[in-house]
Design a protein around this ligand. Structure first.
Ligand SMILES: [Zn+2]
Length: 326
């Protein structure tokens, strides 16, 4: 897979340009509150500033995170009103929807289905938190025959999901009550959501209160220890204003276990790190990767991508958790 296939350069660059402008409009004058490492609670130290935000790195677990951060309400307003959020949800999404269905969502549905089958819970109700356009839900239903419930706070997106015949709870997860969800054993999933969360602790506490022993939670998020993010650092396009938390395979375990869930597996099945480095060769900070990209053949790039992914060093992270007996 190539980055261009799911993030065409021209469309993505326009989004990043709008996002940089919105950072000033929506957060230029907002109050800021210092936060400790969202994974382990240690005080971070400044890594860099970008678009008016400071990013700190935790000296204990290497989580990269925005601190001080503006209040949650400023982010709600940004997501509801801003040009870049609208561009991402409409133009960007529409132009890439079918490529993403095929390249991202279908394989993701297969990956989730495999894991659940191995645990013998593939018949359980599946709940997609932040289900967006419902493409994962459609693909998962088609593959498994299990009906999927989507939790989606955005009114337009919730309507898109209802029009597809999906069960929808139009809400933020943090406000969902147990009786709004189907009865019986459950599997919760969320994709590319954790990097956006203003308070991961609040999200996870509430999620865990909705789970019964044996229920599972599977999610993907960005790992800040991923090769492309480490090598491009402040110039990484993943470091943009919607992304507040970059956990890594070790720190995400600390985060999850703090709320009493068990982590069964953390993997980084990413496919794009090396391709992203190739596409941003002039911005690579690290000498090794700069010269690697200058010389490596297509086969060598592919071999390294496989190596990076299998050693937990891709920026695309997949976490499997379970609610233990209480
Ligand atoms: Zn930490």
């Amino acid at each position: 897979m190539k980055e261009e296939e799911i993030r065409p350069r021209s469309v993505f660059e326009e989004y990043l340009r709008l996002a940089a402008v919105d950072a000033g409009i929506y957060f230029g004058n907002s109050e800021r509150l210092a936060v400790p490492c969202p994974a382990c609670g240690t005080q971070g130290s400044l890594a860099f500033d970008k678009h008016g935000f400071s990013y700190e790195e935790c000296p204990a677990c290497q989580t990269l995170f925005v601190s001080p951060r503006p209040p949650a309400e400023d982010f709600f307003r940004y997501y509801q009103e801003s040009a870049s959020a609208r561009y991402f949800a409409t133009t960007f999404y529409r132009q890439t929807a079918e490529a993403r269905r095929e390249k991202l969502w279908r394989p993701k549905a297969a990956m989730v289905h495999d894991v659940l089958k191995r645990h013998g819970v593939d018949g359980n109700n599946l709940i997609d938190v932040g289900g967006g356009y419902g493409i994962f839900a459609e693909e998962y239903q088609r593959l498994s025959g299990v009906s999927v419930t989507v939790i989606e706070p955005g009114p337009e997106l919730a309507q898109v999901c209802r029009d597809k015949g999906l069960n929808v709870v139009e809400s933020f997860l943090e406000n969902v009550r147990a009786e709004q969800l189907p009865a019986g054993p459950k599997v919760f999933v969320s994709f590319e959501l954790f990097e956006h969360l203003h308070d991961c602790g609040v999200f996870l506490q509430h999620l865990s209160s909705l789970m019964q022993p044996g229920d599972m939670f599977l999610f993907t998020t960005l790992s800040g220890m991923g090769v492309d993010i480490q090598a491009l650092w402040n110039d990484s396009n993943s470091i943009s204003l919607q992304h507040l938390n970059f956990f890594n395979p070790k720190s995400v375990k600390l985060l999850i276990e703090r709320v009493g869930l068990s982590v069964l597996k953390v993997e980084t099945p990413g496919k794009l790190d090396i391709d992203i480095l190739v596409n941003n060769a002039g911005l690579i900070k690290d000498r090794f990767w700069r010269n690697f990209v200058a010389q490596a053949s297509m086969e060598e790039r592919q071999e390294w991508q496989t190596f990076v992914a299998s050693h937990g060093l891709s920026s695309h992270m997949f976490v499997v958790c379970e609610c233990p007996a209480k």
